[in-house]
Design a protein around this ligand. Structure first.
Ligand SMILES: [Zn+2]
Length: 392
C-alpha cells in the first residue's frame, strides 16, 4: 500500500470513528441534556416544619418518561429530572413510569401528523435493539423490560406494582424500609397497539397497567388534542376502551382530544386519570389542556388529575406557581382528586428535580394548605386510587 493510500484509509477510519462517536455517545446525552432541563437556581430554603411534614408523606407522581433516555435509573444521574436515587431523596413512594414510543418531527401543541418519526434516530443512537427501530410496539415492550430488569436487580427495594396487593405489600414494607420504591407502567399513547387488540394482552403481560390513549398525534384509537382531526374515539378506540376496562387497567386521557375525552366519559364507568395536565381556568393553554368542565367530570367520577410542572401546564413554573395550581385544582375539583403529574424527563424544563420536591410541600404550607390536604395531593390521593383500581 502506498503512503497516499494508507493516508486515505487512516483518514476514512478516523472519520467513521468520529461519526460513530457522535451518533452513539454524544448525540444521546446531548438530546437528553437539551430536552430535560432543570433551570439553575440557588438551593431552596425549606422550613423545618415543611421538611418534617414532607418526610412523613408518601409522595407519588403520575407521569415520568425516564425510560426513554440512555441513563441507568438505578444510579444518581447529573442529567434529567428523575432516577431511583433522586426519587428516594425526594421521599417518593410511587412513580408511574410512562413510555414514549413515537415523536412527530417538529412536534407542537397545535396540529401534528404521524408521518415523520423523530424517535427512530434516538432508538438507533441509544443502541436499543434492532426490533425497536421500526416497531412502536417493540419500543413499548423494550422500555417495560428495562424497568423489569431494574426490578430484578433492586434487591427488593423497587417493585413494579401489577396488582393492588403488590402495591399494598410494598407500602407496608416501606414502614421499615424507606428505600422501598414502587413503579407502575403506563403508555404515553396507545399507538404501540399498532391497531391490534391482541397487543393489549402483550402489554399487560409486560406489566403495563395504565394506557394513555393518545400522544401528540391522532392514532388508531382516535383524536389527539394536538392532532389534525380533533376527532373522538374510533370504533377501534371503543373496542380498546372496553378491553382496558375488562382487564382492570386504567385509562389515561392526557393528550386526548376534547371529543375523545367526552366519548370516553360517555361510554364507560372505568377509572380514569389525566396523568399530566394544566388547568385552563388558571393557565390558559387550551391547545395543551382540556377544558375545566371535563376535568370536573373526571373528578366527579372518582378520577385523578395530575398537575404538571412545565410552562403550558402552570404558566408560573416556580414552586409557588405549582403550589398555587395544586390549590386551585383542589378548590375547583375537590382536594381528593388532585395529584402530582410532573412529566419529568418528558422533554420539559422545570425549576427543580425530584430530589428537591420538598420545596412543593414548603410552598403549599406557605400558601395555607392544611397538613392533611398536602398529604393528599402530594401522594395519598394517587395511592388510594391505585390501591382501589389496579387489578386484584
Ligand atoms: Zn405527555
Amino acid at each position: 500500500m502506498t503512503r497516499l493510500k494508507k493516508g486515505i484509509l487512516h483518514g476514512s477510519l478516523t472519520l467513521i470513528g468520529l461519526a460513530l462517536l457522535v451518533l452513539f455517545v454524544i448525540l444521546p446525552s446531548y438530546v437528553d441534556g437539551k430536552k430535560n432541563v432543570v433551570l439553575d437556581h440557588a438551593p431552596y430554603q425549606i422550613s423545618e416544619r415543611a421538611q418534617t411534614l414532607h418526610d412523613s408523606l408518601r409522595v407519588a407522581d403520575l407521569h415520568a418518561d425516564t425510560l426513554l433516555w440512555k441513563r441507568n435509573p438505578a444510579k444518581r444521574q447529573s442529567r434529567g429530572h428523575t432516577d431511583f436515587v433522586r426519587l428516594r431523596e425526594g421521599n417518593v413512594a410511587l412513580q408511574v413510569f410512562t413510555t414514549v414510543t413515537f415523536v412527530p418531527k417538529n412536534m407542537n401543541t397545535g396540529a401534528n401528523t404521524a408521518n415523520k418519526d423523530a424517535m427512530t434516530l434516538l432508538t438507533i443512537a441509544q443502541l436499543w435493539p434492532i426490533r425497536t427501530w421500526s416497531s412502536i410496539f417493540e419500543r413499548a415492550t423494550y422500555q417495560a423490560q428495562r424497568l423489569q430488569k431494574l426490578e430484578q436487580n433492586a434487591g427488593g427495594d423497587f417493585i413494579i406494582a401489577r396488582t393492588q396487593s403488590d402495591l399494598a405489600n410494598a407500602l407496608t414494607k416501606r414502614h421499615t424500609n424507606k428505600n422501598m420504591l414502587v413503579g407502575i407502567l403506563g403508555t404515553e399513547g396507545a399507538h404501540p397497539l399498532e391497531g391490534k387488540l391482541e397487543n393489549l394482552d402483550k402489554l399487560y403481560a409486560e406489566g403495563y397497567r395504565q394506557i394513555g390513549l393518545q400522544h401528540f398525534f391522532d392514532n388508531e384509537l382516535g383524536g389527539s388534542l394536538h392532532g389534525v382531526s380533533k376527532a373522538g374515539l374510533s370504533p377501534f378506540g371503543r373496542e380498546v376502551i372496553d378491553a382496558i376496562a375488562d382487564k382492570g387497567m386504567i385509562i389515561d386521557v392526557a393528550h386526548s382530544s376534547v371529543q375523545t375525552v367526552k366519548d370516553v366519559l360517555a361510554m364507560t364507568d372505568a377509572p380514569i386519570v389525566i396523568s399530566h395536565t394544566g388547568i385552563v381556568s388558571l393557565c390558559n393553554h387550551p391547545d395543551r389542556n382540556i377544558p375545566d368542565h371535563l376535568l370536573k367530570q373526571i373528578a366527579d367520577r372518582g378520577g385523578i388529575i395530575g398537575v404538571g410542572y412545565w410552562e403550558t401546564a402552570v404558566c408560573d413554573t416556580s414552586p409557588d406557581g405549582i403550589a398555587k395550581m395544586l390549590i386551585h385544582g383542589a378548590n375547583t375539583f375537590g382536594v381528593d382528586h388532585i395529584a402530582l403529574g410532573s412529566d419529568y424527563d418528558g422533554a420539559v424544563t422545570t425549576r427543580f428535580d425530584v430530589s428537591e420536591i420538598a420545596v412543593l410541600t414548603d410552598a403549599l404550607l406557605k400558601q395555607g394548605m392544611s397538613d392533611d390536604h398536602i398529604r393528599k395531593v402530594m401522594g395519598e390521593n394517587q395511592i388510594a386510587f391505585y390501591l382501589k383500581h389496579l387489578p386484584k
